[in-house]
Design a protein around this ligand. Sequence first.
Ligand code: HSE
Length: 368
Amino acid sequence: MLKVAFIGWRGMVGSVLMDRMRAENGFEGFEPLFASTSQAGQAGPDIGKPVSPLADAHDTDLLAGMDIIVTCQGSGYTQKVYPELRSKGWNGYWIDAASALRMADDSIIVLDPVNRKIIDQALADGVKNFIGGNCTVSLMLMAAGALFENNLVEWMTSMTYQAASGSGAKNMRELVSQMKIIGQSAQDLMADPASAILDIDRRVLDAMSGEDFPVEHFGVPLAGSLIPWIDSAMESGQTKEEWKGFAETNKILQTDSPIPIDGICVRIGAMRSHSQAIAVKLTRDVPVDEIAGMIGAANDWVETVPNTKQDTLARLTPAAVSGTLSVPVGRIRKMNMGPEYLSFFTAGDQLLWGAAEPIRRMLNIALE
Ligand code: HSE
């Protein structure tokens, strides 16, 4: 029976992966080993069958006995352990949610509803490293994959509205703390229906700029505001998150000549679902109904939302999609610039299709 090690399964992405695996009966057909960077020897997780105590995730001799290693531990762990394992001659599958190996020549970025053929070819060619993509890129491709598949994209912009979860669990906590302090700052005025809204606004602004306002992780208020900068600076003037939109999309699709993709990535006060406003210059004029049909038929999770206020409010928001695998695409329409200019809006759970789900599915593919 194949041996599969799991590392980083207790963190935020790892916990979502574990939940999805339990829900899909995903621990059958192989021998799992759970490893930890800090709690070796303690009891393993409840997966509905007995598991050995936690192994040491830095024990590369032990890991070298695995057929497959699945890690959600992060890039630091990958950078330390992965080269050591390969230098020992380990030839198993490395399935990783972190970005460290994503752009390496011997890695495939996995998003099987979009690039299954590329994954299958890579497996046949002996590729061993299968890496989850950036959350925004994966969610954009789950939504808009059909346009690329049908060679309809001359260029694309993606203006993002990214949730706190993308920057980590501590940031999500900080967002909730910020919301709480904002609520408390105006509590007495809010209790009085006759109080002036500009007094409430002043209190909120004072609270947000107060010394006690928690900004350790974001650096500035996110609740009641937004942050138009995600990740580090690149020489191009883009942020790294913006650079990934172009680099990773073209790598996932293995385009012959790269398709220009760019935009501005913005952190907003949503908890765990990213949204994106997309504009596309189409390679030709295609009627909007035809485009909506293509988008909706691309995979089992994308669904088109009619361009009405009622449907948009009910189905096309971070709150509506959080905790689900659904990737709604709405506001689909042609733009004033001409019949070859399309815009639409999409939202999706950053921890599911944005992180854990492509990894869970890649494990199943590797086990096939
Ligand atoms: N980099 C993404 C974000 C999350 O900051 O939202 C990981 O793909």
